[in-house]
Design a protein around this ligand. Sequence first.
Ligand code: ADP
Length: 587
Amino acid sequence: MLSSSPAGFRRLLPLLRPHLRRLTWGALCMLAYVGCWPLLMHLAGQLIPAIGAGELNRVIEVIALAISVFLIQKVAQFGQDSLLAGPALRVSQDLRRNVFRQLQRVELGALEKLSSGDLTYRLTEDADRVSEVIYKTIQDTVPSALQLVAVFGYMTWLDWKLSVAIILIAPLVAVLISLFGAKVMAATERSQNKVSELAGLLAEAIEGLPLVRAFAAEPWLQDRFETKIDQHRQARYRTYRLVALQHPVIGFIEVIGILTVLGLGAARIQSGDLDGQGFSSYVAGLLMLIDPISHLTTNFNEFQQGQASLKRLRDIEREPKEATDPVEPLTLGRLRGDLDFQGVQFGYDPNEPVLRDLSLSIQAGQVIALVGPSGAGKSTLFSLLLRFNRAQQGSIALDGHDLSLLKARDVRRQVALVPQRTTVFSGTIFEAIRFGRQASDDDVIDAARLANADSFIRKLPEGYNTMLEERGSNVSGGQLQRIAIARAVLGNPALLLLDEATSALDAEAEAAVQLGLRRAMEGRTVLVIAHRLATVQEANRIVVLEHGQIVDSGTHDELMQRGGRYRDLCERQFIRDLQGSETSNAE
Ligand code: ADP
């Protein structure tokens, strides 16, 4: 629900605590700056009658004084603005950091549902907007509000009856401002959502551009884009129109207010309640109110827009998070790699189990091939082993230790994944293999050797310091896979999860990857989602999954002899490999 309360921003206040010293100095400068306004009003009260009376010496004296006060005020303003900018920027940096940290903990299932473009937009544009609001609030809204209080306070001291008249007019303005504010905020949130959607579409479009071109689907994509930018324009237009209406309406009310006060002031002078000096000061004060009021109105609008952005940032924090670690986790040494599933049941929706009553014992060092139709639950099984998800019933034990009693990070140190599609961050090959872990250059090189990647890396112009471009686009698919294998074996995990690539490499590249894999598998328990005939033939055991249940298991030869499901599956899934092996047998 939209709300114009500043509660969202109030929750950011604790972030200011570490910067109290700077804030205090900034606040002192601010007080000096604000304190100059009543002084200037007083001087205006002296100046205008002196001008009227033609007292030139007095005029020069007052002007000199006014220049000194202005000078002090501007220096104080510089101190205020420069001292407060630091803390304001730090708060927005802290906010961005916290949100990113939360994002890293969002459950993977929930993360997949969020669009990457939308998330990027939130962490850049929305965060910028919030940052701007924090800066403006500290550096502009607060001094403007204080200026309003100081100037109006002095005016009231000069003539409280006139001020009462102003107070009677003010609520009308306030109601109008907040009415517009709420509307502007609603319109802004709608328009921000449209920009996010646009960013989402753009991210998809850039990723899918080759595919779009291959299907000659450019007009279709262009249409989708046009619809989105049109919706975006309309939403923006509604916001602009509201703001366009707001300024003249409020400006007009202000003018009426000032003219009314001038009229009333004339009446007060006539009745002898106010002298010329007092009235001059009063009018000067009235003029000094215009600036802070207009700043407060504009900032209030931006504040509303910032609220919408803050809410969208905060929504990330509300996404479901990965299950927390046990309070007193077991500490793990290097594991052997015995793996035991007992009656495991799991569903992304607990009412629709994806894995059912799954029991399986694997001895350390065995290679188990998982086969089964798509959607059978093979990847889900991996996600349980990596502690992305937790079994709802039954237990999974590594060397007899229940996974749920271990820290997720500890588990992931022992369980390494070689995904079907290798993704790398841009950076050097050293960094890609290390992937944030502490490891010496020698350890990285050893891992690369094991993965049969060392020789090709050394041939690259800068060896291990060669920069990998986004998604590793400057090395071949097979080389990237070998980097992924090195990345997995660095740290010597006990359990290797291997999701075999489906896209075919040429024979030479394939042989190089297979050599790397074979070496990486040695001395480890391996679970492999198999897509190649050779893999199932070499596995110690094949487990056939269907609808989340183990329907058969055994060696390739046993299962082939038994016929049935496995044989069908094999013939469908490995058809190309089978044909290949038949041709080679025939030769
Ligand atoms: P496989 O790897 O054997 O192809 P998966 O483990 O990917 O099968 O999927 C098993 C089932 O779980 C499928 O029905 C799939 O739609 C569902 N599924 C997979 N991932 C998710 C997810 N993040 N959220 C909800 N359902 C999912």
